[in-house]
Structure formats: structure tokens, C-alpha cells
Write a protein that binds this ligand. Structure first.
Ligand SMILES: NC(=O)c1ccc[n+]([C@@H]2O[C@H](COP(=O)([O-])OP(=O)(O)OC[C@H]3O[C@@H](n4cnc5c(N)ncnc54)[C@H](O)[C@@H]3O)[C@@H](O)[C@H]2O)c1
Ligand SMILES: [Zn+2]
Ligand SMILES: [Zn+2]
Length: 363
């Protein structure tokens, strides 16, 4: 029986225990999980920043090897290397049909279709975002699994499934940063560092990284930041505007923390016609308050983005090519790997901001 890290109670350590998986259904895939990154969204589910049922297995940035497929599965076969897609795409709904699969109706609530695949002691256990990657084996829907190049190391490939696709896509596909643009990225964790490297690849001329941690700012420079600022400085928006051409303001400000104060500072720091891009998830009770007049008269855009506003099936091969051509930094994202038994330590290290990414690696 596979071992899993199960959350029974919010804000309490996960319990490592053996679990049972039910047989795969016709449209499902059984995957031997080899690696799963630890994302701030896992911590937010544990913290009740947003609602998530318990008991639950967290982890949604996973890669592994297909072991078994249901009778109706044609996309993957046993032995394939795969990355889990926490944002599934049905190919049928109006969003999928209009080229916006990241907004697929299935992605509204992927956990609701993943409540009965795993159990322990007679109790069913949910899989966070339909993935439940902190488990040695997992069952995924066939529209939530992406076949990848078998040459790709799985402890690196895992990160593509959330941190990289989200950050890379936020700059390339959501904001569509252009050559010469001036951008700032608040928060230099797994998501923010990937926004920074995507802005670099897009040719942004000014990339300001903002964080509370000096080591993260140092890392941000390696990923492409041209300037760094501490997030606890006074009048951040004035400092940011001061760095831009004619002190006019930024073309894009990205919130990769998930904090309404940061979103406000971002809104104040963008130029006329600029965009505030919201990537981080604030507490579910937080409300964002901004000047409506400024938004109207200065044509400021406020944009949310999920899953990098992109098609996972098209973008993962693009990311793998960039990594293999040494244009995308991936190895540098992994601060530390942990065995499954140390998943609580990995979560503590994320909470304290120690890691760019911590990755759970399974034999
Ligand atoms: N939109 C999406 O599709 C999507 C996908 C994945 C994650 N997320 C969200 O993105 C956010 C970031 O995730 P992550 O995994 O990179 O988190 P992380 O914890 O790895 O990184 C957050 C960074 O923000 C910094 N920070 C905290 N407070 C700050 C402040 N006041 N000013 C400046 N920097 C500050 C921290 O030091 C840390 O480096 C989370 O809210 C997560 O839930 C969104
Ligand atoms: Zn994530
Ligand atoms: Zn769809």
C-alpha cells in the first residue's frame, strides 16, 4: 500500500500513513509519484486561507510514471513520464473551445471529483486540486495528466506543473510582456522567480524584484531581475516609479505574494495604461480596494491569472525545450529535496520563506 501525508486537522502536522487506492475507473490513470513540489497554495489549504475539505492529501505539483490506465484512456500508457495538471481541461466546454482551457469548467472545483479515490481506516480522503501528490501513488483523471519527454528528470519536471507554468505564463500569456517593458514582481518564491525569468525571456528592460528576504532578492537577480527592493521599505510605489522611464510608472506590476496591501502598492506603481497582474491568492475574506477614478481615467487594467492563463498541454513541451536549451532556469529553483517522511519540515521551511522551492522526492 502506498504511503501518504494526510491532513486530518487544519494547522496540524500531516500524518504519514499507508492508504488504499480504489481501482482506476475508465477515464483515470494510476501514477507512481516520483516528485512533488511544495507550493504556497498547499500551505494556504492547510492554513484555511481558502476552503478545503479534510481529510485531504495535499501536493499538486507532481510528476511520475504511469502504472495503469483505465479502459477509455488513450492519451497516456504505462511507462510514460507524466506531469499532473491541477487545472484539468475537458476540451468540450465554452472556455476550452475558445482557447482558454485554463478556465475550463472542470477547473472550478477539481477536488469535488477527487473525493473517493483514496481511503484509510474506512474513511475516504480527498486529493487536493484533484492531484494529492504527497502520496507514493495517485489516481488522476485522464484530462489532468500530461505526457512529457522521458529524458526529463522528474524532480525538475514536477515544478513545471505549478510554479513554472504559473509564473512563466503570467508574464508571457496573461500580461503578454513585450520587449522594453518595465515590470515589477512582488514576492520572489517559486511563482515570482518564474515571472521574473519569463519577463527576462520576453525582453523586459526593467525587472524590479521585491521581497522581504535578502537571499530571495539575490536569487531574483540570477533569474533576471535588474533591480531589487525590500518589501518593507516606505512608499514602495514611489521608489518603483522612480526607477521607470520619465518616472512615469511601470507597464506591469505582478503580485506573487497574495496580499491586498501589495496589490494596492502595485496599482499605485503602474503607469497610465499599465496592468496590475494578480497571481498570489490572498485570504478568502480579504477584499481589494482601489481608486476607481484612477482605473478609469488612467486606463489601468486589473487582471487575475490562473495556471499562467495557458494551455498546459501546449506549454509544458515549450518549457521543457527552453530548459533543455538552457534558457529556462529550473535546477536553481530547487533549494532542498525531502523524503515524504519530512513533508512537515518542508512545509515549515516554506512557511519561514527558506526555500525557492522544496521538493518531496519519492523512491
Ligand atoms: N494564480 C495561480 O494560478 C497560482 C498558482 C500557484 C500559486 N499561486 C499563489 O501564488 C502565491 C505565491 O506562491 P509561492 O509558492 O511562490 O509562495 P512562496 O511562499 O514560495 O513565495 C512567496 C514570497 O513572497 C515573499 N513575501 C511575503 N510577504 C511579502 C511582502 N509583504 N512583500 C514582499 N515579499 C513578500 C516571501 O518572502 C516569499 O519569498 C501564493 O499566494 C500561491 O497560493 C497562484
Ligand atoms: Zn501551486
Ligand atoms: Zn473545458
Amino acid at each position: 500500500m502506498p504511503r501518504a501525508a494526510v491532513v486530518y486537522q487544519k494547522d496540524q502536522p500531516m500524518k504519514i500513513e499507508e492508504v488504499s487506492l480504489r481501482p482506476v475507473a475508465e477515464h483515470e490513470v494510476l501514477v507512481r509519484v516520483k516528485a512533488c513540489g511544495v507550493c504556497h497554495s498547499d500551505l494556504s489549504a492547510l492554513n484555511e486561507f481558502f476552503a478545503c475539505p479534510t481529510p485531504v492529501i495535499l501536493g499538486h505539483e507532481a510528476a511520475g510514471i504511469v502504472e495503469q490506465v483505465g479502459s477509455a484512456v488513450s492519451r497516456v500508457a504505462p511507462g510514460d513520464s507524466v506531469v499532473a495538471a491541477w487545472s484539468p481541461a475537458c476540451g468540450q466546454c465554452r472556455f476550452c473551445k475558445r482557447g482558454r482551457p485554463h478556465l475550463c469548467n472542470l477547473a472550478d472545483d477539481p477536488i469535488s471529483r477527487a473525493m473517493d479515490r483514496v481511503s484509510a481506516g474506512g474513511q475516504t480522503i480527498a486529493q487536493f486540486l484533484g492531484v494529492g501528490g504527497f502520496c507514493e501513488q495517485t489516481i488522476l483523471a485522464d484530462n489532468a495528466v500530461v505526457k512529457i519527454d522521458p529524458a526529463m528528470p522528474l524532480d525538475r519536471a514536477a515544478l513545471l506543473g505549478c510554479a513554472v507554468i504559473t509564473g512563466y505564463g503570467a508574464a508571457r500569456y496573461a500580461a503578454q510582456v513585450q520587449e522594453g517593458d518595465e515590470v515589477a514582481v512582488f514576492g520572489c518564491g517559486g511563482i515570482g522567480l518564474n515571472i521574473i525569468q519569463s519577463a527576462r525571456l520576453q525582453g523586459a528592460s526593467l525587472i524590479v524584484a521585491i521581497d522581504l528576504d535578502d537571499a530571495k532578492l539575490e536569487l531574483a537577480r540570477r533569474f533576471g531581475a535588474t533591480h531589487t527592493l525590500r518589501g518593507d521599505g516606505a512608499d514602495l510605489h514611489k521608489a518603483l516609479r522612480g526607477l521607470t522611464r520619465e518616472r512615469a510608472g511601470l507597464d506591469f506590476a505582478f503580485d506573487a505574494v497574495g496580499n491586498v496591501e501589495i496589490a494596492r502598492a502595485g496599482f499605485l506603481s503602474i503607469a497610465k495604461g499599465g496592468e496590475l497582474v494578480l497571481v498570489g491568492l490572498a485570504h478568502m475574506k480579504d477584499k481589494l480596494s482601489l481608486s476607481q477614478i484612477a482605473a478609469v481615467t488612467q486606463e489601468k487594467v486589473i487582471r487575475g491569472t490562473t495556471n499562467g492563463s495557458t494551455d498546459t498541454w501546449k506549454t509544458l513541451p515549450e518549457l521543457i525545450r527552453l530548459y533543455q536549451d538552457r534558457k529556462l532556469m529550473l535546477d536553481e529553483l530547487v533549494t532542498r529535496t525531502y523524503p515524504l517522511d519530512e513533508v512537515n519540515q518542508a512545509m515549515d521551511d516554506l512557511r519561514s520563506g527558506r526555500n525557492a522551492r522544496g521538493v518531496i522526492v519519492m523512491e
